[in-house]
Design a protein around this ligand. Sequence first.
Ligand SMILES: [Zn+2]
Length: 223
Amino acid sequence: MSNTASACQDLAPTVDTHSAAPTTDRRFLETEVIETSATEVDTLAAERAVRDLLVALGEDPTDASLRETPRRVAAAFTELLRPQPFQLTTFPNEAGYHEPVIVRDIPVRSLCAHHMLPFIGVAHVAYLPGERIVGLSKLARLVEHFSRRLQVQEQLTAQIADALVEQLRPRGVGVLVSAEHLCMTVRGVRARGTHTTTSALRGLVREDPSLRAELIAELRAQR
Ligand SMILES: [Zn+2]
């Protein structure tokens, strides 16, 4: 992991598409449901705990501005921490496309496991197609899926890469995540504008030095 004070990247999703158009013939579709092991939320217990936290912090939970806070906080955390299962749909690589497919600037919004404060940034995901390709929007869904839990950025980056390896069986995968952690920028050292960059490389992207260098340069390139 390296902390780089690079300029904040544009969050608008842009897609590098040299990818072959997926076939619409449903006989060739393969879908894998990516499940989550998340347990049910005990909403009332969560609301009680927030109320207790307010009291412990010296706040008055009966104050007009705080009366609804336990309910709102419990609802917000429930939304942020419950990944929805989704289907990663893959298609046969009928066009025989073997160059890298790169989707840049996928928004990342997650909660750091150490402080339960948000970290916000972008993910760039690349893969080298093998026998199958994946719908490009599914790469963004994959990032969102693994973001919706208490996370450590290194682990998030690895989980995105490993899920792609497992579900798509590509020849290689490269994932780069660059994010600003509010636990660093609003508290402690208050290092505003600091971005943490993590990467996970798999298969040929890891093993082939020239391919690795080329892809990392492409993933890091400012737009
Ligand atoms: Zn943190």
